[in-house]
Design a protein around this ligand. Structure first.
Ligand code: AHR
Length: 320
């Protein structure tokens, strides 16, 4: 063939199209994600992390907020199945009651990834991977802090009131169990009242008011399953004329900015970290699953414990 200007231009265009073609052909990965709700500062950070990671990876994310209701999550999962998404991911409000809908996803050959919270199912093949914290260990860490405090203060009493998370949720069940395991057999540490505050500030305040009404100055420690409930309870303690962090020790879980602010004001004694920034791991796992690569059944997250003494130093490094 003669090398004319037109032939050269044609060849160059064909070559560039050949390179560009796969990019045009590749369909973006579509993930259907059902979130628990927007009940806490932790949850807000978790949602932002997932949306941000999806955007950066060019993933088409179909996001549904379940407003803390399992039936809304079941509806969302069924709608994702009907839309034939590539991967379904969700953070289950509660642990049980998922077998039927997850069997439907499996029958439709849509892989399911759990994030943040676990499920109890009869067949573990109903989901491919679970990415999230070890909630039992978080409960143990909170209790270990208290045990150490008790060793250093032998003359102090430790009557504990517990604000539990959402009834039936994995973090509420596991954080209760981990804490109870560590204080068991220690005669100085006793849980005198325990009730759900549904992981929200408003409910944390309301339940703490009731605890204060019935137990008053008999309360020495508040153990809250999350920072938001602790922050609500701190308000109730102050309104009752007591000093949170001093008259009543405050121990909680999450490590959100609000907890650091409370520690800086001397109102909260320790927060055990629960990392909500699960977005990048979720997207990578979904991409691997879609590409047919093996993924670990359980992916855990590294987390620390932040007592009030380190709050000022750590605060500027917090990402949520
Ligand atoms: O599942 C994680 C828990 O859910 C967080 O500790 C809490 O803040 C949230 O609502």
């Amino acid at each position: 063939m003669r090398l004319t200007r037109r032939n050269l231009l044609g060849a160059a265009m064909a070559a560039s199209l050949a390179v560009a073609a796969p990019a045009f052909a590749a369909k973006p990965l579509t993930i259907g994600f059902s979130q628990v709700g927007a009940e806490s500062e932790w949850r807000t950070a978790n949602t932002a992390s997932i949306k941000d990671a999806a955007r950066k990876a060019g993933v088409n994310l179909k996001f549904a907020d379940a407003q803390q209701r399992q039936e809304n999550q079941v509806k969302a999962i069924r709608s994702f199945i009907a839309q034939r998404v590539d991967v379904i991911a969700f953070s289950p409000v509660v642990e049980s009651g998922w077998d039927t809908v997850l069997r439907e996803a499996k029958a439709a050959k849509i892989p399911v990834i759990l994030t943040d919270r676990a499920v109890k199912v009869s067949d573990p093949s109903l989901y491919v991977s679970f990415i999230g914290s070890d909630f039992v260990e978080e409960g143990r860490r909170a209790a270990r802090w208290l045990v150490e405090h008790a060793k250093k203060n032998p003359n102090r009493s430790y009557n504990i009131v517990e604000l539990q998370g959402t009834v039936g949720s994995a973090p509420a069940l596991d954080r209760k169990a981990g804490f109870a395991e560590v204080i068991a057999g220690n005669p100085k540490l006793k849980i005198i009242r325990s009730q759900t505050g549904d992981f929200t500030r408003a409910k944390g305040k309301e339940v703490m008011e009731a605890f204060l009404k019935s137990e008053g100055k008999n309360i020495n420690v508040l153990y809250a399953h999350n920072d938001d409930m602790a922050i609500g309870a701190i308000q109730a303690i102050e309104e009752a004329g007591l000093k949170p962090g001093k008259d009543i020790l405050v121990v909680s879980i999450d490590g959100v900015r609000g907890a650091f602010e409370a520690m800086l004001q001397g109102k909260l004694n320790v927060t055990v970290e629960c990392n909500p920034l699960l977005g990048p791991q979720l997207i990578q796992t979904a991409q691997a699953v879609k590409a047919g690569k093996p993924v670990p059944k359980r992916i855990t997250v590294n987390e620390g414990v932040f007592p009030a003494e380190v709050a000022a130093k750590e605060f500027p490094n917090r990402k949520y």
